[in-house]
Write a protein that binds this ligand. Structure first.
Ligand code: FE2
Length: 185
């Protein structure tokens, strides 16, 4: 990153959005995810945004709020609030994604496709196996590739709410339900 991406002087969310707009407009699309992740890593300590209202918390214990969609539809920014005990269903994303922790701690469990052994002549039954868990605190940035890679679930194993900031390479205003592909485990 060069000086154009310096966030040391009081950056707000709007600057992060502006810089993500430049990256997704000017770089080859295969570089968007790593470049936006580097940007988010620099910006995260300086971003100050209100978390989604806890009135929006869903049956899985989290709330999400869309903050911005790029006018060209190349990316969207949203924030999520994770209540203690929250846990998403297992899912993949239909776009690249970058996730940063603003407040509190969240866990992520990753999964991979595996083929179940079956009787001869019976079609193979796909299933998911856990490939690991991690706990992430403020300032941590993680990225995810589009499904079928990057299958995961996010959870809050702590006693305090957590807030995360997400950037996805798709237009979530046009397709508010188009981001996630849900799996049964
Ligand atoms: Fe996710």
């Amino acid at each position: 990153m060069d000086g154009a991406f310096c966030f040391r002087n009081g950056t707000q969310l709007s600057k992060l959005i502006d810089e993500a707009g430049i990256i997704t407009r000017d770089l080859d699309c295969c570089n968007h995810r790593p470049a936006v992740a580097s940007l988010l890593r620099l910006a995260l300590p300086h971003v100050n945004t209100m978390p989604p209202s806890e009135n929006l918390v869903n049956e899985f214990g989290y709330a999400r709020q869309l903050l911005h969609t790029d006018p060209g539809g190349r990316f969207s920014v949203m924030t999520l609030r994770w209540m203690p005990g929250a846990c998403t269903p297992i899912h993949g994303h239909n776009a690249w994604g970058c996730v940063g922790v603003l407040e509190g701690e969240v866990g992520c469990e990753t999964f991979a496709h595996k083929t179940r052994d079956t009787e001869p002549g019976v079609p193979e039954a796909p299933c998911l196996v856990s490939t690991g868990k991690l706990l992430a605190g403020p300032g941590t940035v993680a990225t995810v590739d589009p499904d079928p890679c990057g299958i995961h679930r996010i959870f809050n194993p702590t006693q305090a709410p957590a807030t995360t900031l997400h950037i996805y390479g798709m237009n979530l205003e046009a397709e508010p339900e188009g981001l996630n592909k849900w799996y049964q485990h």
